[in-house]
Design a protein around this ligand. Structure first.
Ligand code: FAD
Ligand code: NAP
Length: 544
């Protein structure tokens, strides 16, 4: 380690001339990246803000947290031994099980010695003369590395809205994305939940069963599909495992990174009876497969309306209170244009005596007081407040540290009008700096583990290529990044996605530039394009 690294002395294994790579984040992405880069023989240090591995599954411990992609698919495929030996217990694993899995991965591949926990990256700057990154931690230590890679997650910067008086609340309050490790007991409490997104949909039924009284504050109604979670059938698991590599390969080339039947016809091409029968069958099956019931649900407003109508009829069947049912059906965007929520007994919960639904459209929040939440209409007295208010998604964690590239240019300045990336993994003016599942990649529109593995493999292959060719730098060009970002937006504009004021567009964070961030062209198509770039000698990059 060079003399500019004041903490090298703390690390017995620190190389004298600095690390090959510093990685930030120890979730699904960072762990696999660490494994891949070490396998290339690189000296890697991983810095993780939390005190353990797991990322999303380390922080989001709220009641009911579980995956919405089936566990047999929401898991790593890079090791046949790992996928054969690990036994998922449920169709959609709960947070503790996913966290156990990621801890198992960290142990199985002996990753911990390369990880520094409780260490947040605060800044990073590219030293052009030395062609090295200097990475500064919040505690003031500096590490030097040839490559700096952010595996800091799309949904890791929890967003607490600036509600007047929030700090004056005398009761207990939590954000779902920063939940205490020893859990929360709501027994006998008057609880308020702000938000009705995926986190809230999972937490609400469980909090309702515990609390004396639960008030749900809804600003925008969401679409919830039943998960129909259940223990996994051992026979089904045996079948999957018998052909796991082939099964995984299908996911890698599928649109959403999951093996799902995608019916090719339009919802408007078939009879209302056939349409209804298909929707009913997939509603009964549970999970997000219903989005594949017709090919144009996310491109044709008329088709989309048929499924939204089906959902709303279900809500009216389930929820006895007509006013509550109407509020739960008040979505102002096409179904699926915001991430669909998977839940268990979410709508049913509004039939409970101890649960009430408040529309923040009808009575906006005025302030939080010591006693509770005051809307334009009245004060709701609360003992506990749960903020299920989401994340500064996709760019929040990337822009939180002060990252400076060529000529000291801050990433925050480069992305002032919204992120401009090449393939969602690199930015022009930031040589040897990469991010995993960044804006411009399928990421949050897909089974993220599949997208993470694709990005990690691609970056690792690039670094191996540089070494093989005796090159030291890779930098995305400005025109390539701009063209890719324009393409991402063009593809999105042919769909219904941009019609929702969602975190996909930055609309959930006041003042954030509005740009559609994920690539909705499909996981398989994205992989094909990335492979093409690599096969043609990394077009769109300057290699030095
Ligand atoms: P993360 O898991 O977010 O890990 C990033 C890590 O980086 C964190 O540990 C964080 O502490 C660390 N970090 C951030 N900034 C810094 C810094 N400056 N310095 C050091 N460390 C830093 N996706 C799906 O496909 N299917 C699902 O079912 C699904 N369920 C989800 C459920 C919840 C509750 C949430 C919030 C998200 C879910 N997602 C799901 C998306 C999920 O984020 C990804 O699937 C995946 O876990 C992301 O892994 P990651 O490693 O990229 O990021
Ligand atoms: P989210 O989808 O962004 O939902 C946040 C909720 O809080 C919305 O209902 C939002 O209302 C509300 N809200 C935010 N600020 C508010 C304010 N100032 N006043 C009132 N209401 C406010 O966040 P999330 O539920 O945490 O989910 C984020 C993403 O994480 C999901 O889309 C999904 O990708 C992932 N996730 C997945 C699962 C899973 O099932 N596996 C579970 C949790 C999360 P508006 O809509 O009006 O803004």
């Amino acid at each position: 380690m060079s003399s500019q690294d004041p903490i090298s002395g703390d690390r017995p294994d620190a190389p004298t001339d600095g690390y090959d790579a510093v990685v930030a984040g120890a979730g699904f992405a960072g762990l696999y990246l660490l494994h891949r880069l070490r396998s290339l023989g690189l000296a890697v240090r991983l810095l993780e803000a939390g005190d353990g591995v797991g990322g999303t599954w380390y922080w989001n411990r709220y009641p009911g947290a579980r995956c919405d992609v089936e566990s047999i698919e929401y898991s790593y495929s890079f090791s046949e031994e790992l996928q054969q030996e690990w036994e998922w217990t449920e169709r959609f694993a709960a947070q503790p099980e996913i966290l156990r899995y990621l801890n198992h991965v960290a142990d199985r591949f002996d990753l911990r010695p390369s990880i520094e926990f409780g260490t947040r990256v605060a800044a990073a700057s590219f030293d052009e003369a030395a062609s090295r990154w200097l990475i500064t931690t919040q505690a003031g230590a500096v590490l030097s590395a040839r490559y700096f890679i952010m595996a800091t997650g799309c949904l890791s910067a929890a967003r607490k809205p600036a509600l007047p008086g929030l700090e004056s609340f005398a009761g207990r309050k939590w954000h779902t994305g920063d939940w205490p490790t020893d859990g929360v007991d709501f027994t006998g409490q008057r609880v308020g939940v702000i938000g009705t997104g995926s986190s809230a949909v999972q937490a609400i039924p469980i909090i309702a069963a515990q609390a004396r009284e639960l008030t749900v504050f809804q600003r925008t109604a969401n679409f919830q599909i039943p998960a129909r979670n259940a223990p996994l059938d051992p026979e089904f698991v045996r079948e999957i495992k018998a052909g796991y590599p082939q099964f995984r390969d299908r996911a890698r080339h599928a649109r959403g990174g999951t093996v799902r039947v995608l019916h090719p016809e339009s919802a408007l091409q078939v009879s209302p009876e056939l349409r209804r029968e298909r929707y009913q069958r997939l509603w009964d099956k549970g999970g997000a497969d219903i989005l594949g019931s017709f090919s144009d649900l996310l491109t044709n407003a008329g088709s989309n309306a048929t499924l939204a109508e089906f959902f709303r009829a279900k809500v009216h069947q389930i929820v006895r209170d007509r006013q509550a049912a109407e509020l739960l059906c008040g979505q102002d965007y096409p179904l699926g244009a915001k991430r669909m929520c998977l839940g268990t007994d979410f709508y049913e919960t509004f039939n409970r005596e101890n649960v009430r639904l408040v529309s923040l459209r009808a009575e906006p929040i005025e302030e939080i007081t010591a006693a509770g939440l005051r809307t334009a209409t009245r004060l709701y007295e609360l003992d506990s407040l749960v903020l299920a208010t989401g994340f500064d998604a996709m760019t929040g964690a990337l822009l939180s540290p002060d990252i400076r590239g060529r000529a000291g240019r801050p990433l925050r300045a480069a992305w002032h009008d919204g992120p401009v990336t090449y393939l969602g993994l690199a930015a022009a003016g930031f040589p040897n700096f990469f991010f995993i599942t960044g804006p411009g990649s399928p990421s949050v529109i897909s089974n993220m583990v599949v997208s993470i593995e694709q990005h990690v493999d691609w970056v690792a292959d690039l670094l191996a290529y540089l070494d093989k060719e005796g090159l030291t730098e890779a930098e995305a060009t400005e025109p390539a990044a701009q063209a890719w970002t324009d393409h991402v937006n063009q593809v999105a504009s042919r769909t219904l996605y941009p019609q929702a004021k969602s975190w996909y567009t930055g609309a959930n964070v006041p003042g954030k530039p509005r740009i559609f961030m994920p690539y909705v062209g499909g996981v398989g198509e994205f992989r094909r394009r990335c492979d093409e770039v690599a096969e043609n000698g990394y077009t769109g990059f300057v290699l030095r």
